[in-house]
Design a protein around this ligand. Structure first.
Ligand code: ADP
Length: 254
């Protein structure tokens, strides 16, 4: 059995009007259901997007951390409702798990989280994981769930981690300002030179930028998990990655 963790970032769940992008949510859910239907794969989803859902309802700009936490608290059930609807249409139930950094550092809680995920997977339920944003701020502030996705992949000893963003992968330079930036197809060692060129800010509603994804990807690869950063707006991206097609930036496990 191959275990796959898919992380869906804020940017690909957001429309130009800064609302939840239901079309993209639907197409991603469709792909993930296709994977989970196979007896070869178990799939765990780590999803951002709660703040986007909540800010829409509360009509707030979410400048401060407490505002973001409040928006996440309102948005999380709304986001799960949409996932649940789409996955139900494909024959799956979903289970919500909210984690925090200190929870994952506590051996007992970590073991409980693993038990829950494994029990859900055994029942063919799709676990949907997010940071517990109303009590923790690590991912709201710094990571947009990239680090959390890496930790979850390590926890369940995943074979593959897919970090989906709104960009085709990691470029040699910021692609929005450098027309000669080149897509890096494979990374084995992350050089300090490349790391310094990577931006830690997002031009969209996300947080963490490409830097947080690359750091998380490298960490996962170093623990033996093949990791791919790829464009979640491409309609067959998850299936392409599973079939080893040359898409995105792959971090080879070491
Ligand atoms: P998400 O919300 O999907 O997690 P982020 O906005 O946090 O994504 O980070 C992805 C963004 O990082 C891309 O949209 C891209 O414009 C920007 N970026 C900056 N430098 C690079 C680079 N060298 N390679 C790829 N993307 C980059």
């Amino acid at each position: 059995m191959n275990r796959i963790v898919v992380k869906v970032g804020t940017n690909i769940l957001t429309t130009a009007n800064r609302e939840l992008d239901l079309n993209n949510l639907r197409q991603l859910t469709h792909q993930m259901a296709q994977v989970a239907q196979s007896t070869e794969y178990e799939l765990v989803l780590v999803s951002s997007g709660a703040i986007i859902c909540g800010r829409q309802v509360l009509n707030i700009t979410c400048q401060s951390i407490p505002e973001k936490q409040a928006a996440a608290s309102v948005g999380q059930p709304l986001l799960l409702k949409e996932y649940s609807l789409f996955f139900n249409q494909q024959g799956f139930h979903v289970g919500q798990i909210l984690l925090t950094q200190d929870g994952l550092e506590n051996p007992e809680r970590k073991a409980h989280a693993l038990d829950t995920i494994q029990t859900l997977l055994a029942k063919k339920v799709i676990p949907i994981i997010n940071e517990n944003d109303s009590v923790a701020t690590d991912e709201i502030q710094f990571g947009d769930n990239d680090q959390l996705a890496c930790q979850v992949a390590q926890l369940i000893q995943a074979d593959l981690l897919i970090l989906l963003s709104d960009i085709d992968g990691v470029y040699t330079q910021p692609p929005s300002t450098n027309s000669d930036a080149e897509l890096i197809s494979t990374l084995k060692e992350l050089s300090p030179e490349l790391l310094t060129t990577l931006s830690s800010t997002s031009i969209g509603p996300g947080t963490g930028g490409i830097k947080s994804k690359v750091i998380a990807a490298e960490k996962a690869a170093k623990s033996g998990i093949r990791t791919v950063i790829a464009n979640g707006r491409s309609s067959s991206i998850i299936l392409d990655i599973i079939q080893n097609k040359p898409v995105g930036t792959t971090f080879l496990p070491s």
